[in-house]
Design a protein around this ligand. Structure first.
Ligand code: 5GP
Ligand code: ZN
Length: 114
């Protein structure tokens, strides 16, 4: 997608602080961190959001969560805890229309931090 900021990050058209990458998945630091650790995990395939997943994408979703597992172990937050969030659509405040999972960690979170 030409006008998608995350596709531009995937293609290295705009810079990002990449923490993990494989054939299908990219993870990079959020430009406006909400927590001491704030990483975005995205599929390299452009999918707008959870509601746009199609039959067959379950393999890709599994790969995203396998990447989250690896990132958690690499950063040590598997020991301290973390939260995974995917905002979907207007009411959730999704601002970038490329499926992404926020990993939030690094301090205690209240139930109100989403
Ligand atoms: P959303 O609100 O759609 O769930 O989350 C989008 C996230 O993308 C926000 O937390 C925002 O800070 C992050 N973001 C937007 N543009 C960029 C960018 O150019 N680079 C990086 N690293 N993060 C971005
Ligand atoms: Zn995209």
């Amino acid at each position: 997608m030409d006008d998608c900021i995350f596709c531009k990050i995937i293609n290295r058209d705009i810079p990002s602080d990449i923490v993990y990458e494989n054939e299908n998945v990219l993870a990079f630091k959020d430009i406006t961190p909400q927590m001491p650790i704030h990483i975005l995990v995205i599929p390299k395939k452009h999918i707008e959001s959870i509601v746009d997943l199609k039959d067959g994408d379950e393999i890709l979703v599994g790969k995203i969560f396998t990447a989250i597992n690896k990132i958690a172990k690499d950063t040590g937050i598997d020991k301290t805890g973390f939260r995974v969030i995917s905002n979907c659509g207007e009411d959730a405040g999704q601002t970038v229309k490329h499926l992404h999972f926020h990993i939030l960690a690094g301090e205690k979170m209240g139930a109100d931090i989403i």
